[in-house]
Ligand binder design. Structure first.
Ligand SMILES: *Cc1c(COP(=O)(O)O)cnc(C)c1O
Length: 237
């Protein structure tokens, strides 16, 4: 399996080297799929890692990062953003409606739009702050009860409501396939829902499966451990 091969490489290489290796794999997957590498954005997922671990990746000229908690992101990125103009920060974790204000002030993209109450809060804050982040609706493709996201059968109506009721411009869909299933059918389903709703962006693919996601149309891959190394257990979000 890919993750194991990756793990061995992690022990002997720096995060900047691992980033370069991931970039090469992204380019190879694009070539195989007949796609331009510029159509895939690599989001370096920095959750749980401190600023000193992130700085070498910024120094290697990477600019797009992901975080999954508002408070953690605020603590780490306020200073990093001030010191490094041009950074782009993506919120990839579940977002509570009462954090919409802070999230919009900090993030350039939100991948986890999944509830009417969050849509309402985001709509209000987008207007108030005059910011327009890139928005993705999260699809719970495996219909997992513990997981966030809109059920596939509710997706079309939810997307219509985002525009009609909350005035949100949704640019794409995001999915996190079930941990214990082959991811390809989940990527394909997400791509299909996006296509029939006229959405151009697909946030899918993580360290273990980004090549497959790119083959199935991913425009944003969210890669953490393949770049930064293993996270401590209990810290997957
Ligand atoms: C942590 C996380 C990732 C990155 O996972 P890796 O397997 O470390 O690449 C991607 N997407 C989401 C939503 C995450 O929470």
């Amino acid at each position: 399996m890919q993750p194991e091969a990756g793990d061995r490489a992690h022990a002997e290489s720096s995060s900047a080297e691992r980033l370069a290796a991931v970039e090469r794999e992204v380019a190879a997957a694009c070539a195989e799929a007949g796609r331009e590498p510029s159509t895939v954005t690599l989001i370096a997922v920095a959750k749980t890692f401190p600023a000193q671990t992130i700085r070498p990746i910024i120094a290697a000229r990477h600019r797009v990062f992901g975080e999954s908690r508002v408070q953690e992101a605020k603590a780490k990125w306020s200073a990093l953003k001030a010191a490094n103009p041009g950074l782009e920060l993506h919120m990839i974790g579940p977002l509570q409606s009462n954090k919409a204000r802070e999230a919009l002030a900090l993030f350039d993209a939100i991948h986890s739009v999944d509830r009417p109450s969050l849509c309402a809060a985001l709509g209000k804050e987008i207007e108030r702050q005059g910011r327009q982040p890139l928005l993705f609706v999260e699809i719970n493709t495996g219909a997992e009860p513990q997981k966030a996201g809109v059920l596939p059968q509710d997706a079309d109506a939810f997307l219509r409501n985002c525009a009609a009721t909350y005035g949100l411009t949704i640019s794409g869909l995001m999915c996190i396939p079930p941990f214990d299933e082959p991811p390809a059918p989940h990527f394909a389903l997400t791509a299909k829902i996006a296509r029939r709703n006229g959405l151009g962006l697909l946030s899918m693919g993580m360290s273990g499966d980004f090549a497959q996601a790119i083959r199935l149309g991913a425009t944003h891959v969210r890669i953490g451990s393949a770049i930064f190394g293993e996270r401590p257990p209990h810290a997957t979000n």
